[in-house]
Design a protein around this ligand. Structure first.
Ligand SMILES: Nc1ncnc2c1ncn2[C@@H]1O[C@H](COP(=O)(O)OP(=O)(O)OP(=O)(O)O)[C@@H](O)[C@H]1O
Length: 253
């Protein structure tokens, strides 16, 4: 998956993404980091084909993603976003069944057995008959992950997946994402706000500022005080913590 000289601006707004060229590394975990409003979520939408570049191209398997039908795209790419549709009355298993829709024409024909493996992966089989809204925020996040996995995608996109989770759930979710990447060969693309979390879990990162790619590289290549300070417009220091490794701190009063 590649972005080639992509430009984009929302209708009625100025240019947001500027001449963006980068490749998503297959089979790896890529995180997109940068300030609020830098264009991270917009990049995810461009990569998924839910937004079209004003110029340039997004390619999937060497073809412009715009040439694929939405069903074909859904069978390739699944998104766990922060904005969920409201499924007031739905049970957990019914929500996960919506992830199977690229393979069925009717929700009613999807059996419980078909979604069970995805609920097993996120350890929620015991909650499958409960209404979604009766689950905790962290459990609901796992339901959305199971729904994305039910699409059996090649690419798993996550937009700020840890935002409302406590540190234990954040750790567990990151461990699960790494496990899925390794066992199911999923290519993962995430928007993460926590720089240290991004540096810890990712194989590659894109550091972006005002819609432009500042640097694409490995965590070691991104661990540069000057680079990070400029991108986040904050004084940043990297300290070495025993048994943890390099840790980024923001020197704000
Ligand atoms: N649908 C939209 N219509 C118009 N402008 C939008 C739309 N969505 C986002 N924007 C604007 O585009 C800019 C980039 O938004 P985007 O959500 O891509 O940034 P981000 O880096 O993901 O930000 P954050 O870290 O705050 O989530 C922001 O100024 C935002 O207000």
């Amino acid at each position: 998956m590649e972005l080639k000289h992509v430009n984009y601006g929302y209708p009625g707004s100025g240019q947001l993404i500027t001449d963006f060229t980068a490749s998503v590394p297959t089979g790896q975990i890529l995180s997109i980091i940068g300030q609020n409003g830098a264009g991270k979520s917009t990049l995810l939408k461009l990569l998924m084909g839910s937004l079209s570049p004003s110029s340039g191209v997004v390619e999937l398997d060497g073809k412009p993603i715009s040439t694929l039908s939405s069903r074909k795209r859904a069978a390739k790419i699944a998104l766990v976003s922060q904005q969920h549709q409201i499924y007031d009355e739905m049970t957990v298993k019914e929500v996960v069944k919506t992830g199977r829709l690229p393979f069925h024409s009717l929700l009613a024909t999807i059996t419980d057995a078909e979604v069970r493996p995805f609920l097993e992966t996120v350890n929620l089989v015991q909650a499958m008959d409960r209404p979604l809204t009766s689950l905790s925020g962290g459990q609901q996040q796992r339901v959305w992950l199971a729904t994305a996995l039910a699409q059996e995608p090649t690419y798993l996109f996550l937009d700020e997946p840890t935002t409302y989770l406590d540190i234990r759930y954040q750790h567990d979710l990151m461990a699960l994402i790494r496990k899925l990447n390794v066992t199911q060969h999923l290519t993962v693309v995430m928007v993460l706000h926590d720089i240290n979390q991004a540096l810890k879990i990712s194989d590659q990162l894109w550091l972006i500022k005002q819609g432009q790619l500042v640097k694409a590289g490995t965590p070691a290549e991104l661990l540069d005080e000057q680079l990070l300070s400029q991108a986040f417009e904050l004084p940043i220091k990297i300290v070495d913590i025993e048994k943890y490794g390099p840790y980024v701190i923001q020197l704000t009063a």
